[in-house]
Design a protein around this ligand. Structure first.
Ligand SMILES: NC(=O)C1=CN([C@@H]2O[C@H](COP(=O)(O)OP(=O)(O)OC[C@H]3O[C@@H](n4cnc5c(N)ncnc54)[C@H](OP(=O)(O)O)[C@@H]3O)[C@@H](O)[C@H]2O)C=CC1
Ligand SMILES: O=C(O)[C@@H]1CCC=N1
Length: 268
């Protein structure tokens, strides 16, 4: 891909995306610009990935064909208010990864420009991301293809109506956080049962990874896999009975719903 890519906000998610795009060769480092207020962070990103890093958002906007917004939703309005409107009609594609911020707000901030709202997740760093995208009203098939190419380089992509975006955020956007907490708890459980932490960590991570891969490769319903693991009168059903007693399913359902509601709030 030859389009020059600019990223406003050089934080965790910006790095997850740019590191993979550059290592995959989807973008050349010299075609990537990042604006970031923290000088030490700029230096790190420039040295680590060979990209252009600046503290000037406007300089990035002026330079690139595709502008990716990776700031926090809380600073969205102040950041876009400080940008100069383009002198002429701009074909620059704006892609947002911000939780909650609607297409309506994006289009108001970049009048006449094509915008695409997306929600990626952190496994994008290793090409195992999950990104949902919703094109705005000015986005044509070519713009959608550009966004598809960027996010396909970091994992799977699905197009959804905007009405689903906050729910996507609650599930796949925030999901790596829930899974990480679960893995940490599995490790602690192993340690509590007498395993050395290093071995417990290896077991927990490979168990979660193997379970996800098995479900995906064989298109298995999770309940079918659960039934296969639970030998009658055995260990797994004893563990699951405890999970049910502790409200494990309900806790996860409510976690997704809480994050969904928070995504809605961030957009207000
Ligand atoms: N983390 C994740 O898993 C995911 C995050 N997202 C979305 O990505 C966005 C970024 O999240 P995340 O990477 O976690 O957050 P970070 O805080 O790591 O990144 C935001 C970056 O924006 C910088 N920034 C702050 N103010 C400005 C400004 N005025 N101009 C330019 N840059 C600025 C921050 O700098 P400083 O730290 O110095 O303030 C920081 O480096 C959010 O909108 C979030 O909803 C989407 C999917 C997944
Ligand atoms: O926690 C957040 O707000 C962001 C959005 C999805 C994942 N991280």
């Amino acid at each position: 891909m030859t389009a020059k890519l600019g990223i406003i906000g050089g934080g965790v998610m910006a790095e997850a995306l740019l590191s993979r795009l550059i290592s995959r060769g989807t973008h050349q480092a010299q075609d990537v610009w990042v604006s970031e207020p923290l000088p030490s962070r700029r230096d790190f990103l420039a040295q680590q990935y060979g990209i252009h890093a600046t503290g000037d958002n406007q300089a990035v906007v002026a330079e690139v064909d595709v502008l990716l917004l990776a700031i926090k939703p809380q600073v969205f309005q102040s950041v876009v208010d400080a940008l100069m409107p383009p002198a002429a009609a701009s074909e620059q594609l704006v892609i947002s990864i911000l939780a909650g911020v609607s297409i309506q707000k994006l289009e108001a901030a970049f009048p006449g420009q094509p915008v695409i709202r997306t929600m990626p997740n952190t496994p994008a760093t290793i090409g195992a991301g999950m990104t949902a995208i919703t094109p705005g009203h000015q986005a044509n098939p070519n713009h959608v293809q550009i966004a598809q190419q960027i996010f396909a380089a970091v994992g799977e992509v699905v197009e959804v109506p905007e009405s689903m975006m906050d729910a996507v955020t609650g599930l796949s956007g925030s999901g790596p956080g829930y899974v990480a907490v679960m893995i940490e708890a599995l490790i602690d459980g192993g340690v509590a049962a007498g395993l050395p932490r290093a071995i417990a960590t290896q077991l927990a991570i490979q168990t979660v990874r193997g379970t996800a891969e098995l479900l995906q490769t064989q298109s298995l319903h999770p309940a079918v896999l659960k039934d296969r693991v639970t030998s009658p009168g055995g260990t797994t059903i004893a563990g699951i009975a405890h999970l049910e007693q502790a409200g494990f399913r309900s806790a996860i359902i409510e976690a997704v719903r809480a994050a969904y509601r928070r995504s809605q709030e961030l957009g207000r």
